[in-house]
Write a protein that binds this ligand. Structure first.
Ligand code: PMP
Length: 432
């Protein structure tokens, strides 16, 4: 480890809390530069980035650097003044959003967007209950931890709050119901959760779910699930919130929105991560009717949300996605990637499942394809072996045995070949 890197570690230990985790703790990466799908460390070593889903249009995009510098040197203030970037960004975002969603709120993070979605749903329904999916993560505030089993059900968590009910995540590979025809059972889970909430005296304001689940382990629900799940929630008077913080903005390739790709239209769409490509930015897009209910006399003001700077950056991200045709590129490269992984399954039976859409891919490792016993240790070893080959990936899922692939959308076919070769040769070395 270089002296400068060791020094950062020592200084972090002094004033930075320990529960800010560090990737590859035995050999952490001291980044100094990034470009496109590559990160560079202090020694100039280049890493292929398969894990960062925030820099959707690529790290350090020159158009974003230019727009940010121009706006910072012109004016940066708040939404109580009039300026074009706010309305330009809102125009473009609502043009891209599903038709019924036309009112935009801007925030500084995904958590703030989901927190605002809670307030909107409470205001509209005058209810306090919530339904979320097992393994879900929706953000870091107190109210969002309550609807995030990924946090409240794991170390340090306080368990499920009385106003929250959890339905099983629609995981057709490992969940309680399996296979491509399991949608009906998973929809019944939503219905049951709604009934439990009503019986507990907490009628449900909102069902919140990622259309495809990130922290849950890159899960793609079975066909027909999403629209039926949304209908089940609405039948109980709940609003539907699609958390597209990870999966929105073209990542899934065939559609700009994962919910629409799967046939569902939410009442509230929440965005974050890639919408600022690294600049802190989140958004909520909803119907005029819901926005009207929230306009109840209390001003909604957010000091930085909707600033000229953040809106200029967000708008430029949307322009770059269009100009560089990145969603279509993600669809093509993602399909090639998944085909490649499926091609490795024969030689490596530890690969139990390959799933995803576009450049949102999960590869699940098992000790035996018949029992589907999670191969958690193997997945971790693979990640650390790949790091030695300058390929950065992470694992997730309830059993931490799912390789998560969610690179910047500029990822190329050649990058895919490099990853597949590395995974193939590494598995040949380390698998049982
Ligand atoms: N929802 C999902 C699905 C997320 O992945 C995240 C971030 N990991 C959040 C919400 C919270 O976003 P942020 O960290 O920007 O507050």
């Amino acid at each position: 480890m270089k002296e400068a890197t060791r020094e950062i570690l020592e200084r972090r230990a002094r004033h930075i809390p320990r529960n800010l985790s560090i990737l590859y703790p035995d050999d952490p990466i001291h980044v100094v530069q990034a470009r496109g799908q590559f990160l560079y460390d202090a020694s100039g070593v280049e890493y292929l980035d398969c894990m960062n889903n925030v820099p959707q249009v690529g790290h350090s995009h020159p158009r974003l650097a230019e727009v940010a510098a121009r706006q910072l040197s012109a004016v940066n203030t708040n939404t109580r003044f009039l300026y074009e970037p706010l309305v330009d960004f809102a125009d473009r975002l609502s043009e891209l959003a599903p038709e019924s969603l036309e009112v935009c709120y801007f925030t500084n993070s995904g958590s703030e967007a989901n927190e605002l979605a809670l307030r909107l749903a409470h205001a509209y329904t005058q209810r306090g209950g919530a339904v979320a999916l097992s393994g879900a993560y929706h953000g870091t505030t107190t109210a969002l931890i309550d609807i995030s089993p990924y946090k409240f059900d794991r170390p340090g968590g306080n368990g499920r709050a009385p106003h929250v009910q959890i339905a099983a995540a629609p995981d057709p590979y490992r969940g309680p119901y399996r296979g491509p025809t399991s949608a009906r059972e998973y929809v019944r889970e939503i219905d049951d959760a709604m009934v439990r909430a009503e019986e507990a005296g907490h009628p449900v304001a909102l069902m919140i779910a990622e259309p495809m689940l990130g922290t849950g382990g890159q899960i793609v629900p079975p066909p027909a699930y999403l629209p039926a799940a949304y209908a089940a929630a609405r039948a109980h008077g709940a609003l539907v919130v699609a958390d597209e913080i990870q999966v929105g903005l073209g990542r899934v390739g065939t559609d700009f929105w994962a919910s629409r790709a799967l046939g569902g239209t939410p009442d509230i769409l929440t965005l974050g991560k890639p919408i600022g490509n690294g600049y802190p930015l989140g958004a909520v897009v909803t119907t005029r009717e819901i926005a009207h209910a929230f306009d109840n006399g209390m001003e909604y003001f957010n000091t930085f949300g909707g600033s000229p700077l953040s809106c200029s950056i967000g708008l430029e991200v949307l322009h770059i996605l269009r100009d560089e045709e990145l969603p279509a590129h993600a669809a093509a490269v993602g399909e090639y990637f998944m085909d490649g992984f499926k091609g490795l399954m024969n030689a490596h039976p530890v690969i139990g499942d390959v799933r995803g859409m576009g450049l949102f891919i999960g590869v699940e490792f098992v000790t035996d394809p018949a029992t589907r016993q999670p191969a958690t240790a193997l997945a971790r070893t693979l990640v650390s072996e790949l790091r030695k080959q300058q390929i950065l990936m992470s694992t997730d899922g309830v059993d931490d045995n799912v390789l998560k692939i969610k690179p910047p959308l500029v990822f190329t076919h050649a990058d895919v070949n490099r990853v597949l070769e590395a995974v193939d040769s590494t598995l040949a070395r380390i698998a049982l």
